[in-house]
Design a protein around this ligand. Structure first.
Ligand SMILES: CCCC/C=C/CC(=O)SCCNC(=O)CCNC(=O)[C@H](O)C(C)(C)COP(=O)(O)OP(=O)(O)OC[C@H]1O[C@@H](n2cnc3c(N)ncnc32)[C@H](O)[C@@H]1OP(=O)(O)O
Length: 238
């Protein structure tokens, strides 16, 4: 991802990500590493400006493109690794969680689903991804708090799989994971992956319209708009 300054996921970046994932699958990609050009941010998550005083049609397109991107990434037949070389809050954490393996550069960055802290709610499929990675109990604690994990904490709880000393090391460790996968029969590998991910995927696939409506209703609430405005101001002041 290379959308300065913080790879916030706006409609354009989501379209680019989705289209890339579609292309990779068509071209029978053997493996993918998702990382960032930024030296300090993997992705700042959803672009708050897409949710603040939104145009209804654009907001719908934004959300359905996010759903498409997640579905493509989460269900990809080829192996996927996130080389998390910077902070990774909210939607950034979702992207990482949707990959099969996570290597994160330590020690100073943070990762987590922090939505609660912003006065918004991580959608059920974000929550499911966290639950699948760290288990029910830890996910409930993390989600209710909107906890951002340090790299050490993330490793301890199983949110990431390995710590790297810098981006080059993260890419090298990610390549080791892909090398290990490349020796396996591809169909057996992807069938097992789909079996593990099917229930989580189906939950969104069967409820896409309700999930979209929930998002649109949620961001139409004056209280939510107020919370987003205050949060943007805090970020700008910083
Ligand atoms: C039903 C509703 C479901 C909603 C689900 C939502 C999921 C989400 O993803 S919500 C988004 C949550 N994201 C965050 O809380 C992250 C906010 N950003 C940060 O914490 C920090 O920016 C950072 C740790 C990622 C990076 O810090 P750094 O010091 O390097 O950069 P900053 O000076 O803070 O930011 C630079 C620049 O970018 C703007 N910005 C940051 N994050 C976002 C964002 N998510 N959307 C839009 N814009 C963002 C920030 O305001 C700065 O802008 P200016 O340069 O104009 O001041």
């Amino acid at each position: 991802m290379q959308k300065p300054p913080v790879n916030s996921l706006n409609l354009d970046l989501l379209v680019a990500l989705r289209d890339t994932l579609v292309k990779l699958e068509k071209e029978k990609c053997k493996g993918m590493i998702l990382t960032s050009e930024s030296p300090s941010v993997f992705s700042a998550g959803l672009d708050i400006m897409e949710m603040y005083r939104p145009d209804h049609n654009r907001a719908r397109k934004f959300w359905t493109t996010l759903q498409d991107t997640w579905i493509k990434l989460y269900s990809s037949p080829y192996p996927t690794v996130a080389a998390i070389n910077g902070h990774s809050p909210a939607g950034g954490c979702l992207l990482a969680l949707s990959c099969e393996y996570r290597v994160m550069v330590g020690p100073k960055f943070t990762i987590g689903l922090n939505e609660t802290q912003l006065g918004i709610v991580a959608p059920f499929w974000f929550q499911d991804c966290m639950r699948n990675a760290i288990g029910e109990r830890q996910a409930e604690l993390a989600l209710t708090l909107g906890k951002m994990f340090s790299v050490d904490e993330a490793l301890k709880v199983g949110l990431i799989d390995e710590i790297a000393k810098d981006k080059a090391d993260a890419i090298s460790k990610a390549e080791d994971f892909l090398d290990e996968q490349s020796g396996l029969p591809a169909l057996a590998r992807s069938t097992v992956k789909v079996a593990f991910r099917e229930a989580t995927l189906n939950r969104l696939l069967k409820n896409r319209e309700a999930d979209t409506k929930m998002f649109l209703d949620f961001i139409s609430m004056p209280k939510v708009q107020q919370a987003l405005e205050m949060y943007m101001q805090t970020l700008k002041k910083k």
